[in-house]
Design a protein around this ligand. Structure first.
Ligand code: FES
Ligand code: FES
Length: 220
């Protein structure tokens, strides 16, 4: 019995030790890659969290320059890293949300050369030399909101608003090719975006108001 208890204690100790080593590796990776530790709490799915070894192995692998919201940003990027991950955890642009992380919900929508894309499904290194726009870059430098953002304020269009940045970016992108859509056309144009609160009617009203604001302001 005594041997059995001793064996169990040793086994427990080994499990705790392994957990500590792997946690230590993770923190080391986080620090060396410049990712904020607190960023991990934004993740919805554990599967999207990069392990310490993955982060550490990728550091310095590809130092690239991205054009994000009109600024040149130098960043270390792993080959398999998605744009959503880079924006959120390396550039601190957490307005780009991660919902499904597999091209289903649209909450990560950003514009690449003015066309809406799911940032969770675009590899960061493929957007070198292209223009990336996120929700943080929409307002004017003086703080004046983009007309679509103003439409959302005017109509109070969202409930929890987690999906809001994605919807706004999808709308801004869609209006560039169809500035005067019917309600039905806009609904179809942004149908790649989902809302868990299912407040679609109100969202559409807000975004139609945004489209009207864009036409009035002559801003695309
Ligand atoms: S997080 Fe990208 S589509 Fe859902
Ligand atoms: S308003 Fe809550 S997810 Fe859309």
């Amino acid at each position: 019995m005594a041997d059995e208890a001793e064996f169990k204690n040793k086994a427990d100790f080994k499990i705790r030790e392994d957990a500590l080593v792997s946690r230590r590796n993770f923190i080391k990776g986080v620090i060396t890659s410049g990712v904020a530790v607190s960023s991990a709490s934004y993740l919805f799915r554990a599967s999207t969290l990069l392990s310490g070894q993955q982060v550490a192995a990728g550091v310095g692998e590809r130092l690239i320059t991205l054009n994000v919201n009109g600024q040149q940003r130098r960043v270390d990027v792993m080959k398999q890293e998605t744009l959503a991950s880079t924006l959120r955890y390396k550039l601190g642009l957490t307005g780009t949300k991660l919902g499904c992380d597999r091209a289903e919900c649209g909450s990560c929508t950003v514009l690449i050369d003015d066309i809406p894309y799911y940032a969770c499904s675009v590899l960061t290194h493929t957007v070198r030399g292209r223009k990336v726009s996120t929700i943080e870059g929409l307002a004017n430098p003086d703080g004046t909101l983009h007309p679509v953002q103003q439409g959302v304020i005017d109509e109070q269009g969202f409930q929890c608003a987690f999906c809001m940045p994605g919807f706004i970016m999808a709308t801004v992108g869609y209006l560039k090719k169809n500035p005067n859509p019917t309600r039905k056309e806009l609904a179809q144009g942004i149908s790649g975006n989902l809302c868990r609160c299912q407040d679609y009617d109100k969202i559409l009203t807000a975004l139609m108001r945004g489209a009207e604001n864009v036409r009035r302001s002559n801003r695309g």
